[in-house]
Design a protein around this ligand. Structure first.
Ligand code: GLU
Length: 381
């Protein structure tokens, strides 16, 4: 398993484990994991539940069956506590992003959310997303943060979604009542049988259960996002993940979707410019599945804007080896070509990230069959 940009969803049971406000009991280890990921150059977006759970003791209520209005009042006051709880574990800034189903359904608002997250990631800010519970109504809410996290993963084009809760993953039977239940490490297809194994939620403060996690996985894998259900109460899972070992259940991303994106890049988008590469960069792209860095660029041709599609040319053979979306315009690129990524900010006075063309936004053209092998290999990693 390998990932570069991940959404991590943390459930209420990990935020407020004793049903009595926020706690660092599990959040601390998760925050440490996020920091370790960031230090490895990975980008993380957090989707955190826990508003209702954190605000529970602050709003008067009678029975454990809370009304919608009571939950909203709890969510609103608990949100502050939950955010403060996260921030105390990070030296870098956290941001709060509250969204609803209707925000995601509106194209302009969708793009606004996407741009906000992109800029925050480029500035080492940790975006923390939750549903804006106060303003939602039944038919306008996503309803649970598992599904919300899957939608957020699509908005920010994450390659992976980690759902941290207090269960180890998907079992063949409910492990709480069946001793012979076995954890399923890998699910390549989400069938009715998988849903049948889901069982129901027992936590009245959290909205989701195994069912919403599988729904979320289904949404995510359809968009090429590997999805993992992980037990965030167990400390060893974090070192496993950092060592590329899956300690829970993995839902494998749909390879056809990834291929569709490559297909779209290759066939639909018109190239506005060309970049010629040295032998090292060509090798890194073709044989190592790498993104394009400024150091390997020999020359830049034609005028293009950041976000335009360009062709990548092998300087030795003069052949077009790849097509991709360039994150810098031709003018900036001429100033940073041949330089190291950490020099970009000093030269340009701004920095849109270390890479010029991200691997995810690139399709190799040198050989159709090799390209398919690369896709399969990336998936198997
Ligand atoms: N938005 C809810 C909260 O902050 C969480 C929903 C869920 O648990 O899925 O409490």
């Amino acid at each position: 398993m390998n990932f570069k940009r991940a959404v991590i969803k943390v459930g209420s049971a990990l935020i407020a484990p004793e049903n009595n406000g926020c706690s660092g009991k599990y959040a601390l280890a998760i925050a440490q994991f996020i920091t370790n990921c960031q230090q490895q150059g990975k980008e993380i977006i957090l989707v955190s539940s826990g508003g209702v759970a954190a605000g529970r003791s602050l709003i008067h209520h009678g029975s454990p069956e809370l009304s919608g209005a009571t939950k909203k009042a709890m969510a609103s006051v608990g949100q502050m506590q939950m955010m403060a709880n996260w921030q105390r574990f990070f030296d870098t800034p956290c941001s709060q992003i509250l969204i609803t189903q209707s925000d995601l359904a509106d194209r302009k608002r969708y793009i606004s959310i996407k741009e906000t997250i992109q800029i925050q990631l480029a500035n080492n800010v940790l975006p923390i997303v939750n549903e804006n519970d106060t303003v939602t109504t039944d038919n306008l809410s996503v309803g649970d943060n598992d599904n919300l996290a899957a939608l957020v993963a699509q908005v920010c084009e994450a390659d992976s979604l980690f759902i941290f809760s207090d269960i180890d993953g998907v079992f063949t039977k409910d492990p709480k009542v069946n001793d012979d239940a076995v954890l399923i490490p890998e699910i390549s297809e989400i069938t009715d049988e998988i849903y049948a194994m889901a069982g129901t939620s027992r936590n009245h403060l959290a909205t989701g259960g195994m069912k919403t996690k599988i729904q979320a996985a289904e949404k995510a894998v359809e968009h090429g996002i590997n999805t993992y259900i992980i037990n965030g109460t167990k400390n060893h899972v974090f070192s496993s993940l950092l060592n590329k070992i899956n300690p829970g259940t993995r839902f494998a991303a749909d390879k056809n979707i990834i291929t569709a994106k490559k297909h779209w890049l290759k066939h639909t988008l018109k190239s506005n410019g060309q970049i010629t590469l040295d032998a090292g960069a060509v090798n890194a792209l073709i044989n190592q599945g790498a993104s394009l860095l400024p150091a390997g660029i020999l020359s830049v041709a034609n005028n293009f804007q950041a976000g335009d599609t360009i062709e990548l040319i092998d300087g030795q053979s003069n052949r077009i080896i790849a097509k991709g979306i360039c994150l810098y315009n031709h003018h900036d690129l001429k100033r940073i070509m041949g330089k190291q990524s950490d020099e970009i900010d000093g030269i340009l006075g701004h920095d849109f990230g270390d890479v010029i063309v991200h691997r995810d936004d690139m399709v190799l053209l040198h050989n159709e069959r090799d390209d398919m092998q690369n896709l399969t290999k990336t998936e198997a990693d």
